[in-house]
Write a protein that binds this ligand. Sequence first.
Ligand code: DAT
Ligand code: MG
Length: 154
Amino acid sequence: MPAKEQRTLVLVKPDGLQRGLMGAIISRLEQRGLKPVAMKLILIDTALARRHYAAHEGKAFFPGLVQFITSSPVVAMVWQGKGAVEVVRQLMGATDPLKSAPGTLRGDYGLDIGRNLVHGSDSPEAAEREVALFFSQKEIVDWPRSVEPWITEP
Ligand code: DAT
Ligand code: MG
């Protein structure tokens, strides 16, 4: 991976799949110029959910959050590109869809903080931890993309 690029974990949450929005969500990441390097549909088990959301353990919403994220499949992905962590956070919008700007994924498709459609790592450190939680090294494909120089100046 080029030094100026980052990788980040993105989940299309159960509400995104149930509502038929995974394509719309993936399209926005693609259109921005980010490159997918790993992708799979999985049912998250309770152990993985608790590890993924360990920072929120003890909070009032934690049990509901674990219940929700394990209730139906998600699409787990790794997206790569310049500033990928921050770019995905911007594309997602604020945690609470009621406070997310129109034009963001949560601002366009969501109403409820407990049904906010998408997860993106909140820092490079979190991204490294979360990518390793969801994907083995072998599942991450470092493929060359011919359009790259038209997205990022070499
Ligand atoms: P984000 O997903 O924007 O990184 P977070 O890490 O603070 O937000 O919280 C993880 C998820 O937990 C969030 O996507 C939705 C849920 N959540 C957060 N705060 C909540 C609250 N006050 N009430 C209900 N659910 C909440
Ligand atoms: Mg978070």
